[in-house]
Ligand binder design. Sequence first.
Ligand code: MUC
Ligand code: MG
Length: 367
Amino acid sequence: MKIVAVEAIPYSIDYRKPLRFASGEVHAAEHVLVRVHTDDGVIGVADAPPRPFTYGETQRGLVAVVETIFAPAVLGLTLTEREVAHTRMARTVGNPVAKAAVDMAIWDALGRTLDLSVSEMLGGFTDRMRVSHMLGFDTPEAMVDEATRMRSDYGIEVFKVKVGRRPVSLDTAVVRALREGLGDDVELYVDGNRGWTASESARAMREMSDLNLTLAEELCPADDVLGRRWLVQQLTVPFVADESAVTPADITREVLGGSATAISIKTARTGFTGSQRAHHLCEGLGLEVVMGNQIDGQLGSACTVAFGAAFDLTSRRAGELSNFLDMRDDLLTEPLQIRGGELAVSGRAGIGVDIDPDKLDRYRLDT
Ligand code: MUC
Ligand code: MG
């Protein structure tokens, strides 16, 4: 159970169509596969998707920080010393995605060693989650078409709509077209990735007040401290902190400061160990939780559903688990399947998925 090597393998897989949102856009999954090897020959895996527009990490930076700082920090630990790994990695500031991938690869290796599923080890509350699909910027017609296809092909009934463009009518028109095109039964919520000011956000939410939205996420920057508090106080739906509340300290600050009333937990940036801390804090504070998507591939989505299904609080709302559907290919031996609007936890040991070595050879950038 001793960690003897940690690899960071950069790879790239194109998207069929780019995902666009207020803080950036993604054309290819230029991620890093992290593999943790033990002295028993077990290999744990996890995915690190760099999101420079959110956390400042890049693909080359992820490889460098894993190889030069985090790998030496965890070499020689046993897989059960996850809190030691967490504390050692926490000595380096930032780099949430790199830390999360090392953490989850250790959990995967532990699950494989013990022949237990990570989801069961974490809490085992249920074995599946409802799926929410994230719709990137496009015309109203194209976004309604995509949502309609997601509903007919995969049974998805929950949609997160990216907003934050100017004028705000560009986005309010989309949300209205979605409500009219899909009917009253689908759940719709919005995510601004900090694109609007507080007053633009308030105006947009007023314009959409008849559309039965269930959540509003990061419509304006949390750094606009008083504006954001003013906005959150007047809304009639929970306001989700995503990129503004990564660590337990961030969550505490944002919620106590009146900047948020719900939290997005993303395993891609807090791993399983940090996500447990965020979950327990949210439970204690009485906050609703959404399992968010960091534009994850299938491995990342398997991690999200493994964590989300482990607890009551994280499995209540639909998890954002479907954006891998926009990728041209992926790394797994068996693709994840969304059926009837749900994604099931695989139930196999560890995270429960395997990397196809031929696919990794095809897409890796370091050979
Ligand atoms: C989201 O919920 O904001 C966009 C940027 C990022 O880091 O995650 C995505 C989705
Ligand atoms: Mg978000």
